[in-house]
Design a protein around this ligand. Structure first.
Ligand code: FDA
Length: 505
């Protein structure tokens, strides 16, 4: 690639209200390192040996994206689109090919229309910004998406998107009513002009395989003025295993207003017989007040021993702060702070559970967990609305028949520990095989895991059959329709990545 050719092409095709030096950054630009690192979440892909982009484009106008797409295609550069930078495998900011990053952080306006119960959200907005802008207009509307406020709308919505109210309202993708996308030819399309196939594909099949999503139109959902939260931690010594066994039989059957998940960590007990043990925290969000919540839990989960004093009532937006790990006393505008993002080395995996894990399975799990203190497992209950949506309604296929999803996570602070933690999480994943979904062993696309399989380098010669190895895990039989749509909309496989949807011959 002749750098000057790409730059000339980009300059020629863009509208500029600001100097070009504020929109495109070369490796020589003083701001290049800080922009590269800005939203990149996983330090595994920010080491000195990680591949770096030729250019970073930070569009402030749609024409900059159109120009970046058309000129990259013309001069053989790959693109990586970044919205919030939370991809677990860093696919929005690393690539083995010669590439550019289109970083959408400047395109993040949000227009909330309470009268029509909808909003337009640009892809570069974060979930925190979206929740803040909704709450600013109304206390009785919300949106069912993820709990981490710095996650970007662009990647999150195009891969599913679940949070604490998804048992009542479904995923983010179940509540999208329109979208604007820039296609392979640099055209801007909306739902009508892109057609229902492409509109289906980008609601769960990953945006990066199909174009650059500019914005989404979402349907707001109603939330009560008071919600209730609680968290009850129990170590193994305090009976956590028995409680978890019971939880597995009821968590997907609770009332749709109740989300009661379980997070599992390794902790050190104090006192004379101090030791490492496992702690399971049963945490909940209830769309209603404590008087309604207590009898619901007492009826189906009396063993938890929930008391009124364990519960806190608050507004929905305060619960957003709570689940983000922030103090509910902080001013809500902390949600607008994009730089509060936790940057760590991270590896994650996921599974779906269709039959409760037997006691013997849990006993083995505890032993593996205590081998890595930096581990975390999050068990998310399904059921309710999630069981009432068909597997093919969107590319996200994990609906009825799943009791809960597991996220396995391990994080650390120094690069030299990477191999140790990654080997450990792979061992844990291998151990869990008999206890989770089979044929295929399914996984959540937004918890990207390249261990499941990847396309050949640079998109050359990856057959559909080869890609089915990982594609069916994320999308089950929706993978075929995704490949069909990909073949029609991007026949030259320009929007390629390690786990982009493959083409049919
Ligand atoms: P990022 O910018 O890295 O993009 C992710 C992928 O989407 C990349 O392939 C990228 O190229 C593509 N992409 C991004 N913007 C695009 C656009 N405009 N057009 C086309 N393609 C685009 N999930 C969940 O469901 N619920 C949760 O509560 C959480 N919580 C959570 C916490 C933390 C700390 C992390 C790191 C991750 C999560 N996730 C999650 C997972 C999250 O949903 C997932 O990583 C999203 O893809 C992140 O979207 P970003 O835009 O931030 O990522």
């Amino acid at each position: 690639v002749h750098a000057s050719n790409f730059l000339k092409c980009f300059y020629f095709r863009s509208n500029f209200s600001k100097p070009i030096s504020q929109v495109i950054f070369t490796k020589n630009s003083p701001a290049y390192p800080s922009i590269l690192q800005s939203s990149a979440q996983n330090l595994r892909f920010l080491t000195s040996s990680s591949p770096k982009p030729q250019y970073i484009v930070t569009p402030i106008h749609e024409s900059h994206i159109q120009a970046a797409v058309v000129c990259s295609k013309e001069y053989g550069l790959q693109i990586r689109v970044r919205s919030g930078g939370h991809d677990y495998e860093g696919l929005s900011y690393v690539s083995d090919a010669s590439f550019i990053i289109i970083d959408l952080a400047n395109l993040r306006s949000i227009t909330v229309d309470i009268e029509n119960e909808s909003a337009w959200v640009e892809s570069g907005a974060t979930l925190g910004e979206l929740y803040y802008r909704i709450a600013e207009k109304s206390k009785v509307y919300g949106f069912p998406a993820g709990t981490c406020p710095t996650v970007g709308v662009g990647g999150h919505f195009s891969g599913g998107g679940f949070g604490t109210i998804f048992r009542k309202y479904g995923l983010a993708v179940d509540n999208i009513i329109d979208a604007r996308i820039i296609d392979i030819n640099g055209r801007v399309l909306d739902r009508k002009s892109m057609g229902e196939d492409l509109f289906w594909a980008i609601r769960g099949g990953g945006g990066a395989s199909f174009g650059v999503i500019l914005s989404w139109k979402i349907k707001l959902v109603s939330v009560p003025s008071t919600v209730t939260i609680f968290s009850i931690p129990k170590t193994l010594e305090q009976g956590a295993a028995k409680l978890l066994q019971k939880w597995q039989t009821i968590s997907d059957k609770f009332h749709e207003d109740l989300f009661l998940h379980a997070t599992i960590r390794v902790v050190n007990t104090s006192g004379q017989d101090a030791k490492k043990t496992v702690r399971v925290s049963f945490g909940a969000m209830f769309l209603g007040d404590v008087e309604k919540l207590l009898p619901l839990v007492e009826e189906s989960f009396p063993e938890l021993g929930l008391k009124q004093s364990d519960c806190r009532q608050m507004s929905w937006i305060e619960s957003v702060l709570y689940f983000a790990g922030l103090s509910t006393r902080e001013p809500f505008d902390v949600l607008l702070n994009r730089s509060q993002q936790l940057k760590i080395f991270l590896k994650a995996k996921s599974d779906y559970v269709k039959e409760p894990i037997p006691e013997i399975g849990l006993q083995g799990l505890w032993k593996i967990l205590v081998e890595d203190e930096a581990s975390l497992m999050i068990l998310t209950p399904y059921g309710a609305k999630m069981s009432n949506i068909s597997d093919s309604e969107t590319p996200f296929p994990h609906r009825s028949g799943n009791i809960y999803k597991i996220q396995y996570l391990v994080s650390w602070e120094v690069d030299k520990e990477s191999n140790k933690h990654i080997s450990w999480i792979r061992r844990l994943y291998a151990y869990m095989k008999p206890y989770v979904s089979k044929s295929p062993r399914t996984a959540y696309f937004n918890y990207r895991d390249l261990d499941l399989g990847r396309n050949n380098k640079y998109g050359i010669g990856t057959s559909y059959a080869q890609a089915c190895v990982w594609g069916f895990k994320y999308f089950k039989s929706n993978f075929k329709r995704l490949a069909d749509i990909k073949t029609k909309t991007d026949p030259c496989n320009f929007f390629w990545s390690e786990q982009s949807i493959p083409l049919f011959p």
